[in-house]
Design a protein around this ligand. Sequence first.
Ligand code: MRU
Length: 351
Amino acid sequence: MEYLKNDPVKLNAAGDRVIIIDQRRLPQETVFLELGSIDEMYDAIKTLAVRGAPCIGVFAGYCMAVLSLAEKDRDSDGFAGVMKEHAKRLCMSRPTAVNLNWALSRQIGIMDKMKGTDPKVISQKLFEEAKEIHEEDIRMCLAISENGLSLLHDGDGILTHCNAGALATTRYGTGLGPILLGRERGYDFHVYSDETRPLLQGARLTAYELARAGVDVTVICDNMANLCMNEGRINAVLVGCDRVAANGDAANKIGTSALAVLAKHHGIPFYVLGPYSTIDMDCGSGADIKIEQRDPREISSMWYESPLTVEGAKYYNPAFDVTDNSLITAIITDRGILYPPFSESIRKALS
Ligand code: MRU
């Protein structure tokens, strides 16, 4: 499918800026941004111009490479110091998706290994590593998609939440990967996409991606999932993930855990899909995962001509929640389909 080849993150032709599709403006407008400064890069992640855990990781890899161009005339220590400051700043933009820190750590690892080498040479290596992170993401998404598709059947009704497609990664996606791959192979799925309050990634991005790929997609409000399950419309729930703890607890877009509770009640399989890089062995359980809190205006006024609620009302706007591992049927990764007990299957997959 042609549009899947359009990476949401890439380098410009000169190789001195990162180009992203501005996901804040989809689906109404397709606007590309060229980013060269640390402030622009930080804001792009913070405001969700670039978003989705794996996509943020690929973006961060390229950011470090591009940022190194302005610093490569410094001496070795000066270069390392300022590049680590950049990495720290990028890492602070969003705390939940582990892929951001994972990609930054890979780039810092390169710098540490090459300590004392001419920064110009290190800079070249950062570009190579960024490209490798990108290519690895494409390979991982394809493997996840194949593994996920093996669990689905032609004609299935599938519920998904947020956007875990090609926009949130660099090809196919994770949660949407099996659906997009299946479509290429002639499967007809009926996808129900939660609109995903408050930033509407499901209504804006998932519906856009699936419709463009020729997948039958129906947008529902977040509170309609139980009814759809009751009516027998849903055969499986497929979602992405931002950080998976060593025991299989999985953080994903706020509202995901409620779907898992419902799926369990209705006896519907609940699948979490993500690359091995989303598993964080430093988090023993979901309790260790930091949940991002976002600006209340995303709830109160962002989508309305005037504020929706009375002055004085308070807001609570966590961006993610954690699904308990007991509610997850399987975690579908590039390294295979992991089943409970997850502590064991995760350990084996990562060893
Ligand atoms: O806040 P967002 O839009 O970055 O949240 C994205 C999600 O929750 C995705 O499901 C997750 O990052 C996996 S994307 C393949």
